[in-house]
Design a protein around this ligand. Structure first.
Ligand code: ME8
Length: 659
């Protein structure tokens, strides 16, 4: 039988900064759904990629002193870049599109021309408000307190000759698409789109720019580049070969079954995108799902606010699967959720270390201890089954169908909740059946004990199958530990109690999810975040030059002399001060105190020739007199203050005047 196709996409990400945990959330959700569909026997196409054009990227590249292409190449393909992140997170995308790929650029030009030839794109003059970071034009009435309604930043007046797309022409059809079908999910997003954007009147959309060049050129009108959102949205088609020869599965996979997108870009995907497809006379995607945001301290993460969470650090510390699981388990997919390290660790400890980890380790340890790892034939059945057996088996047997319903309605968090209810039930079953008590009299209870362990392994197997889309690597290891062969890891077998072979052999393996010491891990994460923050600070910073002039005569009054260090010691009870005994050429020792103990050991300075200003009035520090000041150079390196004493050639005699 031909497999049913399933085409799913993530948004294509802006390679303007390193991606954070919010982007990872969206991609992991899409990956889990793609893996689930493969598990259920679908022919899946999973697309992700990068949205590389536009003014924001052009500006960033300029700031970095590189070309826009070099800039995006580094963020997409460079070390620790987007491709590396998806590899690390075990993302199973079938294709990756970059909007700077030649085939995409050529297709977008054809698309733009087709809509122009049809009369849906026309030339006019754009006057309005523009938010550069979001690449969005807004009307006065859409602004929030005079600022961009998406990001809250200020907008600028913009006026330029531009092409427009007749969005207004499609308003009615888009409205009925939203209201009369299940195109946009969750349903709660429909009202927002219709009431805030369509009912006030859809204005035609400005779809070209002349104020910058980093975009797809409008080939029939040099000087114009295609608006980045038009270029970006069509990636979902061009990546399958729409109007290009690079791929040839557009007819097979289009229309998309699901576009997963964040809530702030639902407007583009549920209004502009279907309208443009209507203009192109192409089929519409079946569903757009607008998920919520991961918040940090109640606010949206953003690089510019400096409150991003680095998925690399978390994956390295807790494991990729634990991180994937946490993201999908904790936050209901359509809503916002507050991220915290504490919540992450708590989820890992409770669900993975305690519930799942304990179930696997207790069960395999008992199979090992009581049956040398291999259960006896006949253990599937039991001469005297108990009510707890029936209760567990009924719950596990109903699990796959319930999980399927949850996944089909894009509720991975509910699907996981259902699986974990069963895992908790199984742990309770261990306590109820008390296998260690049964083991005390193997002659009388051996058969019963084998049956209990079989039930536990079978429960674990079925839960393992359903957890595979979320934690693929760990479930592979789990199957090995519980002795589940390839044939009893598939979707069909997740609905068939008793598929696990009776004489199954378990293997004691590594602890799949070790318990995390919360306090220690939080302290380490904070240190890592601090180190990462420091790494983004400028390498060297020096104070700006003084703007106020000092007159020459005043300057000449300062008496700078070479001085030789005869002795140097720490000042008692001070961790800052060093006390110097100096030869200043007068024959009388000079004492100077200097707050440089953080940077120098006293013994390293003896014999050095330094520079001091010697005609400052004496002053007391920690009860000791200081007659003058040593001159040093200061700067900041990666946020840390650095100091170097000015040292001069030892050939310069003590007391020599510096002028
Ligand atoms: O919007 N929580 O790219 P992008 C959850 N290039 N999701 C988050 C998030 C957070 N804290 N932060 C970002 C773009 N995202 C366009 C898309 S598609 C044709 C063009 C999600 O890199 C965000 O909601 O700014 C969006 O869905 C995705 O990351 C990409 O964001």
């Amino acid at each position: 039988m031909e497999k049913k196709k399933f085409y799913i996409t993530t948004p294509i990400y802006y390679p303007s900064d390193k991606l954070h945990i919010g982007h990872t959330y969206c991609t992991v959700a899409t990956d889990a759904m793609a893996r689930y569909k493969r598990l259920t026997g679908h022919d899946v196409m999973f697309l992700t990629g990068t949205d590389e054009h536009g003014q924001k990227i052009e500006n960033k590249a300029k700031e970095a002193g590189v070309t826009p292409q070099q800039f995006v190449d580094n963020i997409v393909e460079g070390e620790g870049g987007i491709l590396d992140l998806w590899k690390l997170m075990n993302i199973s995308n079938d294709r990756f599109i970059r909007t700077t790929d030649d085939y995409h650029v050529a297709s977008v030009q054809k698309i733009f021309k087709k809509m122009y030839d049809k009369g849906d794109i026309y030339k006019g003059a754009y006057k309005g408000k523009y938010c550069t970071p979001c690449e969005s034009f807004w009307t006065e009435s859409q602004l929030k307190d005079g600022c961009c309604p998406d990001c809250g930043r200020s907008v600028v007046d913009a006026e330029e000759e531009a092409y427009f797309f007749k969005l207004s022409k499609y308003a009615d059809r888009v409205q009925s698409l939203l209201e009369d079908t299940d195109f946009l999910q969750p349903r709660s997003r429909v009202n927002e789109m219709v009431n805030n954007f369509i009912k006030p009147g859809l204005e035609d959309l400005c779809v070209s720019r002349t104020s910058f060049t980093w975009g797809v050129p409008v080939d029939f009108d040099p000087g114009h580049v295609v608006y980045v959102w038009v270029d970006a949205l069509f990636n979902y088609c061009t990546a399958l070969g729409f109007l290009n020869d690079k791929y040839d599965d557009y007819d097979h996979y289009w229309p998309a079954d699901y576009h997963f997108v964040g809530k702030e870009i639902v407007r583009f995907h549920s209004i502009i995108w279907p309208a443009m497809l209507m203009s192109m006379e192409e089929p519409l995607p079946k569903h757009v799902f607008g998920h919520g945001w991961l918040l940090l301290d109640g606010g949206k993460m953003s690089k510019s606010k400096g409150n991003v969470v680095d998925p690399y650090i978390l994956a390295e510390k807790f494991g990729v699967d634990a991180l994937r699981f946490f993201l999908m388990r904790t936050f209901p997919f359509g809503s916002d959720g507050n991220f915290s390290n504490e919540l992450l660790i708590q989820t890992i400890n409770t669900d993975l270390a305690n519930d799942l980890g304990n179930l696997v380790s207790r069960t395999t340890a008992m199979a090992g201890k009581y049956f040398d790892g291999t259960l006896p034939a006949g253990c599937k059945t039991c001469a005297a089954p108990e009510a707890v057996d029936a209760d567990l088996i009924a719950m596990v047997s109903a699990l796959r169908d319930q999980y399927e319903k949850d996944m089909e309605s894009c509720a991975p968090h509910t699907a996981l909740n259902d699986v974990f209810k069963v895992i908790q039930r199984a742990n309770k079953y261990i306590d109820e059946t008390a296998p260690w008590a049964l083991a005390k009299d193997m002659d009388a209870n051996g058969e019963r004990l084998a049956h209990v362990l079989y039930n536990l392994l079978e429960t674990t197997r079925i839960c393992g199958i359903l957890l595979t889309p979320f934690m693929p690597e760990s479930m592979e290891k789990l199957f090995v530990q519980i002795g589940a062969c390839e044939a009893c890891r598939d979707w069909a077998s997740a609905n068939q109690w008793g598929r696990l072979c009776e004489t199954v052999t378990t293997t004691k393996g590594e602890n799949l999810f070790p318990r995390i010491d919360m306090e220690k891990a939080i302290a380490e994460l904070e240190a890592a975040a601090e180190a990462a923050r420091k790494a983004t600070l400028p390498a060297i910073e020096t104070e700006p030059l003084a703007t106020e002039n000092v007159d020459f005569d005043t300057f000449c009054k300062s008496d700078f002399r070479a001085v030789k260090v005869k002795a140097c010691e720490n000042v008692k009870k001070s961790d800052k001060l060093l006390k110097f005994t100096l030869d200043d050429g007068t024959g009388t020792d000079r004492q100077i105190l200097s707050g440089i103990a953080k940077w120098y050991k006293p013994e390293d300075l003896v014999g050095k020739t330094l520079v001091a200003i010697v005609n400052l009035p004496p002053r007391k520090m920690m009860g000791q007199e200081s007659c003058g000041m040593l001159i040093s150079a200061v700067h900041t390196e990666k946020g840390e203050e650095k100091l170097n004493l000015l040292m001069v050639d030892d050939a310069i005699p003590a007391g020599a005047k510096l002028c």
